[in-house]
Ligand binder design. Structure first.
Ligand code: MN
Length: 287
């Protein structure tokens, strides 16, 4: 099932070129009080929400995909985990180009591990990317994103896929430079997510997914998730050996070769097989 958040915090079921307004399915979510839950309430009830969506869909109002405002499909992730240089050819290009590595040693993911992006950087596709430091190189990074279902610690590779609720596509936008990744990749709007989530049952082979990224119609990145250095089960095992994964946490799985600069006015489009296409406009944060 493809589930979107759109327009004025509506919930949608995406079917073909339409989205059905099934916002009423959110009524089954428990009311929350202070302190807020440490997980995403929608993902925590995803199976029940899907059942309610199925009940509502036959009579739900259908809207065209075109013209909708797409929000991040997970509104309240507890954390955003991300994998650096997780494709060999991206590791090669990062080591070759000083504009990417900035004299930082580019270390293999097995040694440098994972990093976190601030949740305040999360936006949906329609919010666009607002470039904050126009004098710096700001790059696109197209990435498959895993949405964690059942949380856990020390999850084994063998059990890892049972902890995946859904998939979506993302942009791990990046300011190149000498600072820590967690700073350079946490600018407001630098974690784009969407345009909708696809429940894991509809993506039987996330390890064989073709995807691409274009800027203004020009192909920049084209890859397949089979070329991940650490695959999804390995990433989940690695991450959960350091911190608990919680329901709704996001795992950006890394970007392939072809990272390049974007400027205000550029239009980024991503296409992920089995998920769909996402369009993101780049602007200046000053405008
Ligand atoms: Mn990345």
């Amino acid at each position: 099932m493809k589930i979107a958040r759109f327009d004025d915090n509506c919930l949608g079921l995406v079917e073909g070129d339409q989205v059905k307004d099934v916002t009423a399915a959110l009524d089954i979510l428990p009311r929350v009080g202070y302190p807020l839950p440490l997980h995403d309430p929608l993902i925590a009830q995803l199976d029940a929400v899907c059942a309610e969506i199925r009940r509502l869909a036959p009579t739900a109002k259908a809207l065209p995909l075109a013209g909708r405002t797409w929000l991040a499909p997970v509104a309240n992730p507890g954390k955003i985990v991300a994998a650096p240089v997780n494709y060999q050819k991206h590791l090669d290009e990062a080591r070759e180009q000083v504009e990417i590595h900035h004299n930082n040693q580019v270390i293999e993911i097995q040694k440098i591990g994972l990093f976190l992006k601030a949740t305040s950087s999360l936006v949906g596709p329609s919010a666009g990317v607002a470039i904050e430091h126009l004098d710096r190189r700001n790059d696109h990074e197209a990435e498959l994103v895993v949405i964690i279902g059942q949380g856990g610690r020390n999850i084994s590779r063998a059990n890892a896929m049972r902890h995946v609720a859904a998939y979506t596509s993302g942009l791990d936008m990046t300011v190149r430079g000498p600072e820590e990744r967690s700073l350079r990749k946490s600018v407001d709007s630098y974690s784009v997510l969407g345009p909708w989530l696809v429940t894991a049952d509809e993506i039987p082979h996330p390890d064989q997914m073709d995807f691409s990224l274009h800027v203004n119609g020009e192909l920049r990145q084209k890859a397949n998730t089979r070329d991940l250095i650490l695959d999804i089960p390995h990433l989940i095992e690695f991450a959960s050996s350091f911190y608990s994964l919680r329901t709704g946490d996001l795992l950006y799985t890394g970007t392939p070769e072809g990272v390049a600069q974007v400027h205000p006015g550029d239009i980024i489009t991503t296409s992920f097989a089995g998920i769909g296409d996402m369009t993101v406009v780049v602007r200046s944060s000053k405008s």
